[in-house]
Ligand binder design. Structure first.
Ligand SMILES: [Zn+2]
Length: 340
């Protein structure tokens, strides 16, 4: 096998750490082009830099198609420059034969002297193998640039493989005084409308990243929610599946979640009602919570679930839309993987 051991790097070959971070941020932007489309694979982006200039870019578009690295390598017009370039990639290059040949081998074959990896692969069986293979071949490898952002981008994918259950997002909208709806006993009245145009779009984008959407039986009977993607492109034209959860099942959520994992469901979105959402929160079964607070009060009605207080290991974000709707997002930080 080709080896570039004892390679001498030209002077000024290594970009500054700040430049490394910038190029990795570009990888993340490219990777996000595959949002909702790469199942069951993660989103990955890659750029190739020669003498301070990006000469190639690529990302993983969908499963079965080439990974980010071959796409970036192929986009380089003058292939002879690869021998003097740095390849940045947001996730560790693969070393195993899947539907495509291993990217680590391609990088070695192209004699790319330096690789910068955002984060190691979380798959226990393969984690670190791509990095090890590159280093054995004499490639200079830097790991952990913009690591948290790289972990966050694929948090859904990582959770699935580490927790062996789908990544769980809880979502609801409430009034300023924390009601999710008027008090209603039947479906003769429509549910209270809380979203504005932007937050409705964001909701459909979230659905586009979800394979299964769950609601409680009472929500189903009272609201008849469509739970489909209408204001965002449906990934590969496919709508998410829908599950109606009975009160009895809330006692068996861990078992149910594991059965979903075994069926290959990576992402679960729970959209209500209050009691079902609270069951997930009380059993600490959530990875992400998105709450929209509309800028008006109701004074009485159906109370919203209680948002957990942000703790260590949580990432809390708040933004306000032009119409004054507050979006609060609580994300459980993906576990940091051992540095390779
Ligand atoms: Zn690969």
């Amino acid at each position: 096998m080709f080896s570039n051991k004892q390679r001498k790097f030209p002077e000024n070959f290594f970009p500054s750490e700040a430049d490394d971070r910038l190029y990795m941020q570009r990888c993340l932007r490219l990777a996000a082009g595959g949002e909702g489309l790469t199942y069951p694979n993660p989103m990955v982006g890659s750029v190739i830099v020669h003498a301070g200039r990006i000469i190639g870019e690529g990302w993983h578009h969908r499963a079965g198609q080439p990974h980010a690295e071959p796409n970036a390598i192929r986009s380089v017009k003058d292939q002879s420059l690869l021998k003097e370039s740095t390849l940045y990639v947001s996730l560790e290059p693969c070393a195993h034969h899947g539907k495509t040949p291993p990217c680590a081998d391609l990088i070695l074959e192209k004699q790319i002297p330096r690789v910068v990896v955002g984060c190691a692969d979380p798959f226990p069986a393969v984690s670190g193998q791509g990095i090890a293979r590159l280093r054995e071949g004499g490639t200079e490898v830097t790991v952990g640039v913009e690591e948290e952002a790289c972990l966050l981008l694929n948090r859904r994918f990582f959770t699935v493989h580490l927790a062996q259950r789908p990544h769980i997002t809880l979502k609801w909208a409430q009034t300023l005084d924390a009601f999710i709806d008027r008090s209603r006993d039947d479906d003769s009245e429509p549910p209270l409308l809380l979203s504005d145009a932007l937050t409705a779009t964001l909701c459909h984008r979230l659905r586009a990243c979800s394979q299964l959407i769950a609601v409680g039986r009472r929500t189903q009977e009272l609201d008849h929610p469509q739970l489909n993607i209408r204001h965002w492109p449906a990934p590969h034209g496919q709508q998410p599946a829908k599950a109606v959860i009975s009160h009895r099942l809330t006692d068996q959520l861990p078992e149910w979640l594991h059965s979903l994992y075994e069926k290959g469901i990576q992402t679960l979105l729970v959209e209500g009602g209050s009691r079902l959402l609270q069951s997930f929160i009380d059993q600490d079964l959530w990875d992400e919570i998105q709450v929209e607070t509309a800028p008006f009060k109701l004074k009485s009605g159906h109370p919203a679930p209680l948002l957990p207080t942000p703790a260590d290991g949580h990432l809390s974000q708040k933004t306000v839309t032009a119409d004054g709707h507050l979006m609060t997002t609580l994300i459980r930080r993906p576990e940091k993987f051992a540095r390779v």
